[in-house]
Design a protein around this ligand. Structure first.
Ligand SMILES: C[S@@+](CC[C@H](N)C(=O)[O-])C[C@H]1O[C@@H](n2cnc3c(N)ncnc32)[C@H](O)[C@@H]1O
Length: 217
């Protein structure tokens, strides 16, 4: 039996996790890209929403605040980061279900969600893991359900290309190379998604963040 792959913590090292929220806030134009992602996700009352790799819960909490009638679940493999998410969500006065688990084998039945959302997560995975997780999300969405992702994309210019090197040095070249190449849409299509599109680019101090939309066939 092969050992399970290790999970990379939110900010590469466990001891950096307490600094994750301020670092992301200051370096990724977080409010801009996460509110844009939620606007395109079109979450409605009654929707069951899954945030994959929810980390400290910022996106999951914002999803619930944006649409109180939705049932939001956040999944992450790191119990320490989920504890931070739980505190933040409680302080925000919202109810979001938090589940500890690995994104390539999530403990939910087929067709459980109308929307899957995810931010700054896929660049933690090598290509084989990305492929497994896209297939897993496809399994969990209802037919016609939508996936909305924000993550590092192909740098828009030389300055963005240079800035993205900082992310690659911190998070590793093996998991981020496909982002630099702009391969996420291809991987989504290979997992069975249709109508895959890059909807927006947001240039940040750490490189170009891209927003993606895909529909479960
Ligand atoms: C950079 S953080 C992103 C957190 C959050 N989505 C955000 O936008 O701030 C990436 C998260 O993915 C989680 N993670 C990494 N690999 C995972 C896997 N295979 N399954 C589930 N969670 C994973 C880490 O624990 C971490 O919390």
């Amino acid at each position: 039996m092969t050992a399970p792959e290790t999970i990379k913590p939110a900010l590469a090292y466990d001891w950096l996790t307490p600094f994750y929220d301020p670092v992301v806030r200051w370096t990724t134009r977080e409010r801009t890209f996460k509110s844009s992602l939620l606007a395109q996700a079109g979450i409605g009352a009654g929707h069951r929403v899954l945030d994959v790799g929810c980390g400290t819960g910022t996106l999951a909490l914002a999803a619930k605040q944006t649409c109180p009638g939705a049932a939001v679940t956040g999944l992450d493999a790191d119990p320490a980061v989920l504890a931070r998410a739980a505190r933040k969500i409680e302080a925000g006065g919202e109810i979001v279900r938090l589940v500890e688990g690995r994104a390539d084998s999530m403990p939910f039945a087929n067709g459980t969600f109308e929307r899957a959302i995810s931010s700054l997560f896929f660049h933690h995975l090598d290509r084989a893991a990305k492929q497994r997780v896209f297939r897993e999300i496809h399994r969990l969405l209802v037919p016609g359900g939508e996936l909305h992702v924000a993550d590092w994309g192909c740098p828009e210019n030389v300055a963005m290309s240079a800035a993205f090197l900082v992310v690659q040095l911190l998070d590793g070249f093996s998991t981020t190379a496909d982002h630099r190449r702009g391969l996420l849409p291809t991987l989504m299509q290979e997992a069975g998604f249709r109508e895959v599109e890059v909807t927006r680019h947001v240039n940040t101090p750490c490189g170009t963040l891209s927003l993606f939309r895909a529909v479960r066939a």
